[in-house]
Design a binder for this molecule. Structure first.
Ligand code: 5AD
Ligand code: SF4
Length: 469
């Protein structure tokens, strides 16, 4: 039922009343929080909601863990190492907590949705008192109240998988923002844990999405990235009544929105309508993050990706025909179970052929509970490592090649930062198609749009000069 897809208004109001009580209890105590975020943009966006809620609970943001009264780790479980690192991080906080007993230490994020994880952590770390998953952010007021009353809790309910609208957010980026269009994933790529921890796909309504974009643009944001595990299947659950291509059109005409981005795309669902929308809508950026994962059909099949190498290459060709300045970035896994040397070379040849602007490359890491983790033909770590090095070396070469195209290029850049290390301040920012450029300029131009001509290419970056204001 449609209404069950949302956390009810009355529940949100109940949380608000609790928040008001907690706020009063906290008033005058100058409490601060420190949230550390691991993983993808989805987690970055979740942390913005958590921080917004904490402000409503009377907390201010601290500059370091040492001075914070509440420390929260927002975790990721997509690849390994994260767990070991988290354990180290949490262990290291024991001394801080001993010195400051009133301090609250919490852990959240998708790792907490893994079977048995929350229980294990509560047992192992007595100084941790708050654990919650990705679907219960709206309950933070209630959870925090319990912890302040001396309880130790873990809330990782998955059953409801419902959307909570209208939660506050605290963002530190005044120019760009992420906007969730959907949550969860239905694809069950055989290596991936996301569908297990983040649940089934559910799309927000076009109106909720557009309203959020309108309010962000009103606050000064000019660049929006629409977020989902697979944005191309937006609305497939039938509730949104709109396809992703239609949503792009619907959102793109928000007055004042200069740049509209989206990620991630799944090659099996990126259809002609989306390609047409990218070509036709003036503020939709000419950049597609299109994870390929492998260049070999057999591996793609075992990964349950449901496209072939040829289908992937045809999307790239088609988009390049209609949008000549488009750039592609990708994700690639090497050492997937059963990946032969020939299969790996197919990935190498695809990378050679496509010429990605950038590639995020990973050695396959078995995730408990996924199909691929049970596969008997696991690849030795040393082989994975060697393949990863070879792939990275090839991509580094392709990045240099890609950069060459930009000598003399002129275009508008949104200034994101200022590198003060050299003699002169170097500003940096991106062209609409995601290429980054460095150029001398005054730090007061931060968050503004300026025109930049590329004069030189370095190994990893473009160097340019401003051509007018
Ligand atoms: N091992 C290695 N890489 C993985 N990814 C997802 N799951 C795994 C895994 N088990 C990578 C994919 C995905 C990106 C977000 O992380 O390339 O696109
Ligand atoms: Fe994981 Fe595949 Fe879903 Fe992406 S599309 S989140 S890789 S299952």
């Amino acid at each position: 039922m449609a209404e069950n897809r949302y956390i009810s208004q009355s529940e949100l109001e109940r949380q608000k009343r609790i928040a008001d009580t907690v706020y009063r209890e906290n008033s005058g105590r100058d409490l601060t929080f420190f949230v550390e975020t691991f993983g993808c943009q989805m987690n970055v966006r979740d942390s913005e909601t958590i921080k917004g809620e904490l402000v409503e609970l009377g907390y201010a943001e601290a500059f370091s863990k040492e001075e914070a009264d509440l420390i929260l780790f927002n975790t990721c479980c997509v690849r390994d190492h994260a767990e070991k690192r988290l354990m180290g991080n949490i262990g290291a906080l024991k001394e801080l907590k001993d010195a400051k007993p009133g301090m609250i230490i919490g852990i959240c994020g998708c790792m907490m949705q893994q079977e048995g994880m929350a229980k294990k952590l509560l047992k192992r770390f007595p100084h941790v008192s708050l654990i919650f998953g990705t679907n219960v952010l709206y309950r933070l007021p209630e959870m925090l109240q319990s912890v302040m009353n001396g309880e130790r809790i873990a809330v990782t309910d998955r059953a409801e998988d419902a959307i909570a609208e209208g939660l506050p957010q605290l963002r530190d980026n005044p120019r760009s923002a992420f906007v969730n269009i959907m949550y969860g994933c239905n694809n069950f790529c055989s290596y991936c844990i996301v569908p297990y921890v983040r649940g089934r796909e559910r799309s927000r309504t076009p109106k909720d999405i557009r309203d959020e974009v309108v309010s962000l643009v009103k606050s000064g944001i000019t660049e929006i990235t629409l977020l989902g595990q697979n944005v191309n299947s937006y609305g497939n659950d039938g509730t949104a009544q709109m396809t992703f291509a239609q949503l792009l059109t619907y959102v793109s005409d928000v007055p004042g929105l200069k740049r509209l981005r989206f990620m991630s795309s799944h090659p099996k669902d990126l259809n002609d309508d989306v390609m047409k929308a990218i070509a036709a809508l003036p503020n939709v950026c000419h950049h597609v993050h299109l994870p390929v994962q492998s260049g070999n059909d057999e591996v793609l099949k075992k990964m349950n990706r449901r496209y072939t190498r040829e289908r992937y290459l045809s999307i790239i060709r088609k988009l390049r025909e209609t949008v000549p300045d488009i750039e592609f970035t990708t994700d690639i896994i090497v050492g997937f179970p059963g990946e032969t040397e020939e299969a790996f070379l197919d990935t190498m040849s695809l990378v050679e052929e496509v010429g990605f602007a950038a590639a995020f490359t990973f050695a396959y890491s078995p995730r408990q509970g996924t199909v691929a983790a049970k596969s008997p033909d696991q690849i030795p770590e040393a082989v994975k490592k060697r393949r990863l090095q070879e792939l990275n070396a090839l991509q580094a070469k392709k990045t240099v090649e890609n950069n060459q195209k930009y000598l003399g290029f002129e275009g508008e850049v949104l200034v994101e930062g200022c590198d003060m290390r050299g003699e002169d301040a170097m500003l940096y920012g991106k062209y609409q198609n995601f290429k980054m450029v460095y150029f001398p300029g005054d730090p007061s131009l931060m968050n503004r749009y300026v025109n930049v001509r590329v004069l030189k290419t370095n190994k990893n970056s473009l160097l340019g000069e401003m051509i007018d204001e």
